[in-house]
Design a protein. Structure first.
Length: 91
């Protein structure tokens, strides 16, 4: 299965970073019907064809995802959109 592994540095406080992840998870849920669940300092998400997590680490956010067969065809656009959102939310 194709995978996505993106690390993005940021200078947000832990509370600000958590709030930014909350906003991103809310958008995922709203736009794509993704089920999101907090587990410590990470959000696990799952929908048909995609399973992954957004983890808060010191000074960075780490996004990983496994793409199913159908979603693998969209790996490039998905990665581009993730990087755009991270750049927008995590300065």
């Amino acid at each position: 299965m194709p995978s996505i592994d993106i690390r993005h540095a940021h200078s947000l406080s832990p509370d600000q970073a958590r709030q930014a992840v909350e906003e991103v998870a809310g958008k995922l849920s709203e736009r794509f019907g993704v089920a999101c669940e907090w587990c410590g300092d990470r959000v696990d998400f799952n929908t048909s064809g995609v399973q992954g997590r957004i983890a808060l680490e010191p000074g960075q956010v780490h996004v990983t995802a496994q793409l199913g067969l159908l979603m693998s065809a969209f790996k490039g656009p998905i990665e581009t959109e993730i990087r755009r959102v991270l750049a927008e939310r995590f300065v």
